[in-house]
Design a protein around this ligand. Structure first.
Ligand SMILES: Cc1cc2nc3c(=O)[nH]c(=O)nc-3n(C[C@H](O)[C@H](O)[C@H](O)COP(=O)(O)OP(=O)(O)OC[C@H]3O[C@@H](n4cnc5c(N)ncnc54)[C@H](O)[C@@H]3O)c2cc1C
Length: 412
């Protein structure tokens, strides 16, 4: 049975739904138009700052952050319900200062930043004044296995020198981007999981070079964008290392659990919106002498979509609750399962909706095509499906064998 949602979370959910209806959906087109009518697409459409300011005034701000001092202090389970609503619109997460990768970066700074770093980077990030990137993935190696990361972070007196070739650093094209968290090796001879560290690199440090923009299925994701970045002999103070040398994996693990819940709940939100759009369209179009909505084949697609969405939501909420109760490590099988299930469901529902819309479905007149492109990348981002399948299989087999050994021991 689903755990009851706290009164506070129920109220926030209602306020969020109202805000989306009143301000977000009606301004999606405004945002796109402003973006296209600017001198270049790497500027912030004014409507975004207007919406952020409205959301902030209403207290719908930094809801993702479980820390009570800096954020809303909600559990993963509570926030998951809110995150789903934000996922319905591609512009919504930033409106509420709940967009990746800033959310994960802010969590890292809350947990591991010094007081000075919090003042310099966390506070303006929490205020939505600056943006950040997370630079882990490298073009030269299979980065889904983070032990492959080759970038070097070398101590030199009271500084570190960073040399790295990174790509798919989300947010790097944003003119407000001021800080990067970079992952690289401080000790290539240490034990495999102790070689990597994470370090703060101010984006205006000499040697930080944004080489090129990377579109996704042709979408530029302006004004945030993804980019290839070269870090060429970049020097930062030694105090910029986070948590200490060799602790990169530890930080990455803490960052990824809640981040995957966010991705999955947003995907479920996108699927819900797609189903709504599907029904609206099917109810307004006639083909071959009857409305689409009255055709059995369309009804069956609606039914399949509802079944899949409910399954994915329940599994994701279960994973969120398990993180709250037992920690991300204990919930790793559940997290891996949702990371596969939720994007698949979103893709299935979006695909059905696109089909019902016909040519309109693949156009930019409706948000379906862009949501589909996003959901497809989600099967790669934060660990590809194959890697999660491998982990689930491994855990399942281990649990079964453990049970058999226990039974054997009891039987002796
Ligand atoms: C839109 C987008 C945004 C991103 N944002 C960021 C970001 O902000 N910061 C960042 O650092 N990275 C980011 N990434 C990178 C993303 O996290 C990586 O692409 C992902 O981790 C996979 O790494 P890779 O591309 O090196 O693929 P590889 O590691 O080369 O893997 C390629 C494929 O190999 C297969 N494979 C891998 N391991 C196994 C296995 N054990 N068994 C069977 N098959 C396997 C899988 O099919 C996998 O998809 C982003 C990517 C995209 C597309």
């Amino acid at each position: 049975m689903l755990k009851e949602l706290s009164e506070r979370a129920v109220k926030l959910k209602e306020e969020l739904v109202d805000f989306m209806e009143a301000y977000v959906y009606p301004n999606e087109k405004v945002y796109t138009e402003q973006l296209s009518n600017q001198e270049n697409r790497w500027q912030i459409p004014p409507i975004m700052e207007e919406l952020k300011s409205k959301a902030k005034n209403k207290g719908l701000w930094n809801l993702f952050l479980p820390d009570e001092q800096y954020g809303a202090g909600l559990s993963n389970y509570e926030y998951a319900h809110l995150c789903e609503i934000m996922g319905r619109s591609l512009i919504a997460p930033e409106v509420f200062n709940c967009n990746a990768p800033d959310t994960g970066n802010m969590e890292v700074l809350v947990k591991y930043g010094t007081e000075e770093q919090k003042k310099q980077w966390l506070e303006p990030l929490l205020a939505g004044e600056i943006r950040s990137v997370f630079s882990m993935t490298e073009p030269a190696v299979a980065s889904s296995d983070a032990t492959n990361i080759q970038s070097s972070i070398v101590r030199d007196g009271d500084e570190y020198v960073i040399n790295a070739r990174k790509w798919w650093s989300t947010g790097a094209m944003d003119p407000r981007c001021k800080i990067a968290i970079v992952m690289g090796k401080t000790d290539p001879n240490a034990e495999r999981h102790k070689q990597q560290s994470m370090i703060l690199v101010p984006f205006d440090t000499p040697g930080v070079e944004v080489k090129r923009h990377l579109p996704v299925f042709g979408y530029d994701h302006a004004p945030n964008g993804h980019a290839e970045i070269h870090y060429n002999n970049v020097r930062v103070p030694a105090s910029n290392i986070l948590l200490g040398e060799g602790r990169g994996f530890e930080i990455a693990q803490g960052r990824l659990g809640p981040g995957r819940i966010h991705h999955c709940m947003r995907a479920i939100g996108a699927a819900e919106r797609a189903l709504e759009l599907l029904i609206t369209r099917a109810n307004s179009r006639e083909a071959f002498h009857s409305k689409l909505i009255d055709k059995d084949v369309i009804r069956a697609q609606i039914a399949e979509s509802r079944i899949e969405i409910e399954q994915a939501r329940l599994l994701t909420l279960h994973a969120a609750n398990k993180i709250d109760q037992e920690g991300a490590k204990a919930a790793r099988k559940e997290i891996a399962m949702i990371k596969i299930a939720a994007p698949r469901v979103a893709l299935n529902v979006l695909d059905r909706a696109i089909e019902v819309y016909g040519g309109a479905g693949v156009s930019d007149d409706f948000p379906l095509a862009e949501h589909w492109a996003n959901a497809r990348t989600l099967r790669i981002v934060d660990g590809p499906d194959q890697v999660h399948l491998r982990d689930i299989g491994k855990l399942e087999v281990r649990e079964q064998l453990l049970k058999e050994t226990e039974t054997e021991l009891v039987g002796r």
